[in-house]
Design a protein around this ligand. Structure first.
Ligand code: 13P
Ligand code: SF4
Length: 304
């Protein structure tokens, strides 16, 4: 990147006491200048370690919203407030209330890819890096896992002793839409490659994987395989971190794996995002109060 722009960004952050956080799925030019890059769990955790008054978030809306709920004293700005994960809205609140009536011991486990109102109706939040551990340790038999049906099914198979009720309406349009034939063709072209997949994929895709985990899990797991070739079954933007961390290894990606919302934030937005009111995150006080509990529980149970 142009050193002039890099300098401008550095000065801007200093002047505003701001720190830039980015998810592994955003464009490489943003990851290059971000202060911290991580998966959803890390991005939720890291806010509490930072002293800065302002956080600029390069990712999708729920990530900024989660940070605001956990750090109400800080000002949180999305680089682009229109970048929103569609899955975050794919659960019926009436269904949550209905199931609470039906099962006395029901715990609602809410994937962080969800809106604040949904979190406020839940018992505990999870990310793909800790959902199995958290669900396993809940002192209840009946769990309603929202909003992602695929992640819920993957967890349910790992914990057969629990009755995990799935949300039929929730999925990631990108991971859920993967064409099995595209993956099979990639496997055939690179027979030595190990397949690393995100649990938001459908079961028939996960059945072809050698490892299933969060974005950070996938990056870490590369080091544990005795091979130099990998097929990455999650958003292609992971290439930046993977190729930086493992310059001697070869990675192959599925062409269809682009998240349009994660493409929305642009490097120029770093300098301008604080000018637009719509980019600053505000959460209704009552909703934030209720959503804080399940998020704090996730930080407590997920990092143990
Ligand atoms: P991670 O929690 O693995 O970073 O994934 C977030 C996400 O949006 C996956 O599509
Ligand atoms: Fe949401 Fe899917 Fe994009 Fe992740 S990849 S942010 S789950 S739409």
């Amino acid at each position: 990147m142009d050193t002039n722009i890099k300098k401008q960004i550095e000065n801007f952050k200093k002047e505003n006491d701001a720190v830039l956080l980015a998810h592994y799925y955003v464009g490489p030019e943003i990851q290059e200048v971000a202060d911290r890059v991580g998966d959803s769990f890390y991005l939720a955790q890291v806010g509490q370690e930072l002293d800065n008054k302002v956080i600029l978030m390069a990712g999708v809306y729920f990530m900024g919203e989660t940070l605001k709920i956990l750090n109400p004293e800080k000002r949180i700005f999305m680089l682009n407030a229109k970048a929103d994960c569609p899955m975050a809205h794919m659960v019926s609140h009436d269904k949550i209330r209905e199931l609470r009536e039906k099962y006395d011991d029901l715990k609602v486990v809410c994937y962080v890819n969800s809106g604040a109102e949904t979190k406020a109706l839940s018992d505990v939040c999870v990310t793909s890096s800790n959902s199995e551990k958290i669900c396993k340790n809940l002192d209840t038999e009946n769990i309603f896992f929202i909003p992602d049906e695929n992640l819920g099914r993957y967890i349910a198979e790992k914990i057969p002793e629990k009755n995990i009720i799935l949300n039929k309406d929730g999925y990631c349009p990108i991971h859920n839409g993967i064409d099995k034939k595209e993956l099979e063709a990639l496997k055939e072209a690179h027979p030595k490659a190990k397949v690393l997949a995100h649990p938001e994929c459908r079961k028939e895709i996960l059945d072809l994987a050698d490892y299933i985990g969060s974005t950070k899990g996938i990056i870490k797991e590369v080091a544990n395989f005795n091979t130099d070739e990998f097929i990455i079954v999650t958003v292609k933007r992971m290439a930046y971190e993977l190729e930086k961390t493992y310059p001697d290894k070869k990675f192959y990606y599925l062409n269809s794996l682009v998240c349009p919302d994660m493409e929305m934030p642009k490097v120029e937005d770093i300098l301008t995002c604080m000018q637009s009111e719509e980019n600053e995150i505000h959460v209704d006080e009552e909703v934030a109060k209720k959503a804080l509990r399940p998020l704090q529980k996730m930080l407590e149970l997920g990092s143990r």
